[in-house]
Design a binder for this molecule. Structure first.
Ligand code: NCD
Length: 301
């Protein structure tokens, strides 16, 4: 359900498998390890990249994946999430890929399915402000492709960290794998106590970093207006601020980007920017995650 609780060997197993899948995609030799398997994607919050890459990953491995359309479903008639999931499972779904606006929703659904004797693996595709484990994995994977390893490297995560499930999962994953993580942002966006150094001064926070990971300002996750006007945020904490991105640092953003707020067109086109690599890398990473969910012979210690 999350990166929290996964140890370094477990993360390594997924990442190594993802690296192998990427090579197989390149050479056109992907093995259909999930042929005949049936997955249902249950996205109860909007998504472009995550849903697309889960669907692509499932298809590349030979699985069938059906997209559950919440807006035209009986959820709109008041059917509960548990009844909906049981219905999908009764229809043959062997795995649910789930995104939900509430933190803890996949764990809650899993508990309900276990209680009623209908459990199938649930893959967390982002739950509220809690975790976005596959995004963290693809971000680590992207860093490994560029840097070889994340061990000993410094990654500055900058922006709306308090509301970001991406920041939470990525901070845990990088810490587990031996990277140095910094949180950078205005006081309203960052907090102490997460076990990593916090910087309000953006230039100090990104100094010497091997990668700078920008985050979207996420007003929809709390319903409150942005704490800082976009213009003030841009002047201080955006990629367009002179001297903020170290010369050799990789520029990351999980997307969707508020163009002109966190990153502008020039930064997005900078050769150091890996935003579209992150999207592409979502596919081999999610192939590995779906195999982990569905294959008994995954071989986790
Ligand atoms: C992120 C998400 O949905 O949590 N996007 C994504 O999955 N690529 C980040 C965001 O919404 O800002």
């Amino acid at each position: 359900m999350g990166i929290e609780g996964l140890n370094a060997p477990s993360l390594r197993l997924i990442l190594d498998r993802a690296h192998a899948h990427a090579d197989d995609i390149q050479t056109g030799s992907v093995e259909p390890t999930l042929a005949g398997r049936f997955i249902c994607s249950l996205f109860l919050e909007d998504s472009t990249r995550t849903r697309l890459s889960f669907e692509t990953a499932a298809r590349r491995l030979g699985a069938e994946i059906i997209r559950f359309d919440a807006s035209t479903s009986s959820l709109s008639k008041g059917e509960s999430l548990l009844d909906t999931a049981q219905t999908l499972i009764a229809g043959g779904a062997e795995c649910l890929v789930m995104r939900h606006a509430s933190s803890g929703a996949p764990a809650h659904l899993n508990a309900g399915l276990v209680r009623t004797g209908h459990a199938v693996p649930i893959v967390n595709a982002g739950d509220g402000m809690h975790e976005h484990p596959t995004q963290a994995l693809l971000d680590v994977y992207t860093l490994e492709r560029r840097l070889g390893t994340v061990e000993g490297k410094t990654v500055a995560i900058i922006g709306d960290i308090n509301r970001s499930r991406v920041a939470r999962s990525l901070t845990i994953a990088l810490g587990t794998l031996g990277a140095h993580v910094r949180h950078v942002g205005p006081r309203a966006f960052v907090r102490e106590g997460l076990g990593v150094p916090v910087f309000n001064d953006p230039i100090e926070g990104t100094r010497g970093a091997d990668a700078v990971c920008f985050l979207r300002i996420q007003t929809e996750r709390t319903g409150r207006a942005a704490y800082l006007p976009n213009t003030a945020f841009r002047a201080l904490y955006s990629g367009s601020r002179e001297g903020l991105i170290p010369e050799n640092a990789i520029i990351m953003h999980p997307g969707p980007v508020n163009r002109g707020v966190e990153l502008d067109a020039k930064t997005l086109e900078d050769p150091r920017c890996v935003v579209l690599d992150q999207v592409a890398n979502g596919v081999p990473v999610r192939m590995a995650v779906l195999e982990r969910a569905l294959l008994d012979e995954w071989g986790e210690a």
